[in-house]
Design a protein around this ligand. Structure first.
Ligand code: S3P
Length: 170
């Protein structure tokens, strides 16, 4: 395994497994794991849904960029980002400059199945996850494709995806 000298940033749609895979990847690489959404919630003392409701998505994106800038400016870590982070031009430029980015690419069925386990995402509230994810995939996949690496996050054990990332990093 080559030495990791930059933060590793996981990007991809909601349900692509960024947090779970990120935690396991960090464990394998003996790096600290950080979840950007959790850091945003701590900094704002509000849930992501509350931030969307009280301040709107634009403010959330600004806060998200500030939190990510702070997190990737220091030691190598594994950072899971929210699905919209790499879509924001400023945040994407920052990640591309300071980190190694990995797109976790999952098929629609897998995404829909995974997001259905947690119903706290503001962009999915009162909507069909399948419709939202179909639209977001069309809009966002060309941007996720700008990541340094693309790894398939298939249905099944997350550890298999972690192994694929480790192979790609070796
Ligand atoms: C979002 C994804 C969420 C969270 C917010 C917005 C998005 O994170 O940041 O609800 O725009 O795709 P996850 O990708 O971890 O669900």
């Amino acid at each position: 395994m080559t030495g990791i000298d930059r933060p590793i940033v996981l990007v991809g749609l909601m349900g692509s497994g960024k947090s779970t895979i990120g935690r396991r990847l960090a464990n394998s690489l003996k790096l600290r794991f950080v979840d950007a959404d959790e850091e945003i919630e701590k900094a704002a003392d509000r849930t992501i849904s509350e931030i969307f409701d009280e301040y709107g998505e634009k403010q959330f994106r600004d806060g998200e960029r500030r939190v990510i800038a702070r997190l990737i400016g220091k030691d190598p870590i594994v950072l899971a980002t929210g699905g919209g982070a790499f879509v924001n031009d400023d945040t994407r430029a920052l990640i591309k400059r300071d980190a190694l980015s990995i797109w976790l690419d999952a098929d629609l069925e897998t995404l829909v199945e995974r997001v259905s386990r947690k119903d706290t995402r503001p962009l999915l509230r009162n909507k069909s996850p399948r419709d939202v994810l179909t639209k977001l995939a069309a809009e966002r996949n060309p941007l996720y494709a700008e990541a340094d690496l693309r790894v398939t996050s298939a249905n099944g054990p997350h550890m298999a995806t972690v192994e694929r990332i480790l192979e790609a990093l070796a």
